[in-house]
Design a protein around this ligand. Structure first.
Ligand SMILES: [Zn+2]
Ligand SMILES: [Zn+2]
Length: 310
């Protein structure tokens, strides 16, 4: 079978490889890409393991054994470690990662699979991975019952979070410097601005230290700030101590998702509550993957779709 294989930083090759072995083999119909894949291509990643390695973590396809349409979860929590036992599987200390969606076939533990609801396309189903992380991010703000919410960053994650907040009945402001992304935010029911004022609930969805700081600076007294974007490894951020202390800001990280959040995401995509087509970009085959990941993104926020059958 053919697979995109990483051999080192910025060295990806589409090769004929042995068929993957695992509990279940899935024929990939769509694997969507995100900023993590760009990071994996350029610098490697802590979850990749040693080269040569496979990547692609937003994957949907058909089980070779049963013909069932499935979403392939990118992770399987151990269930036994302290965070798992505390009901926080996204923090599992012994996570099994299931990577390799950029290939004709992927092997996965059966427990990592989710049925794709009828009527949901494979490309839409693949987006359940980032959407589940957004469902989780919004859940991290539980208890912050402010009507007023802001999202810093109008990339695909920021737009998904904004849409979830709109669906929850909040008054949502999205901040992005790109006018095309502001237009996308408005289309899904949010207000869009180029700079934030002060807000009761702030989500950071950029993934750079300066954006984390900007998110904290945009927090009104007593506000909750949820940090969603992963920053480059080893980076630090300096935060203003005044508002953290005197305004009792509640700053929380949000990382990854649980199995139930993936199912919730699939349901939101299947009902159209989240319109995945508004976030889908170009579809390429495996041979077009490297060039597409290397192309700087501009304009609208849209996800690359890889169809290894092309
Ligand atoms: Zn992703
Ligand atoms: Zn665990």
């Amino acid at each position: 079978m053919r697979a995109a294989v990483l051999h080192g930083p910025d060295d990806v090759r589409v090769e004929k490889t042995a068929e993957p072995e695992g509990e279940v083999v899935v024929r990939v119909a769509a694997a969507t890409a995100c900023g993590t894949d760009v990071k994996m291509l350029r610098h490697g990643h802590r979850i990749l393991g040693a080269y040569p390695s496979r990547f692609g973590h937003e994957t949907a396809g058909v089980r070779v054994d049963t013909g069932e349409r499935v979403f392939v979860g990118d992770s399987l929590a151990c269930g036994g470690c302290r965070p798992c036992r505390a009901g926080r599987p996204q923090l599992c200390r012994a996570m099994t990662w299931v990577l390799g969606g950029f290939a004709e076939l992927i092997a996965a533990p059966a427990a990592a699979l989710h049925a794709v609801p009828d009527g949901l396309d494979f490309a839409g189903a693949a987006m359940a991975e980032p959407l589940a992380a957004c469902v989780h991010a919004v859940a991290r703000a539980d208890g912050a019952d402010a009507a007023d919410a802001a999202v810093l960053g109008g990339g695909t994650m920021g737009l998904m979070i904004a849409r979830l907040l709109v669906l929850a009945g909040r008054d949502v402001t999205v901040c992005d410097r790109h006018p095309e992304r502001r237009a996308q935010a408005e289309a899904l029911g949010a207000r869009a601005v180029a700079a934030l004022g002060r807000h009761e609930l702030v989500f950071e969805a950029v993934g750079r230290p300066e954006a984390w700081r900007t998110a904290v600076e945009a927090a009104a007294p007593g506000a909750t700030v949820v940090l969603v974007g992963g920053c480059p490894g080893g980076s630090d951020v300096a935060l203003p101590t005044g508002p953290l202390h005197y305004d009792e800001l509640d700053v929380r990280g949000a990382y990854h998702h649980s199995r139930a959040e993936v199912d919730r995401a699939l349901e939101l995509l299947a009902t159209g509550a989240i319109d995945w087509r508004a976030l889908a970009g170009e579809t390429v085959g495996l041979d077009g993957l490297a060039a597409a990941l290397r192309t700087p993104t501009r304009g609208e926020a849209r996800k690359l779709v890889v169809d290894p059958r092309l």
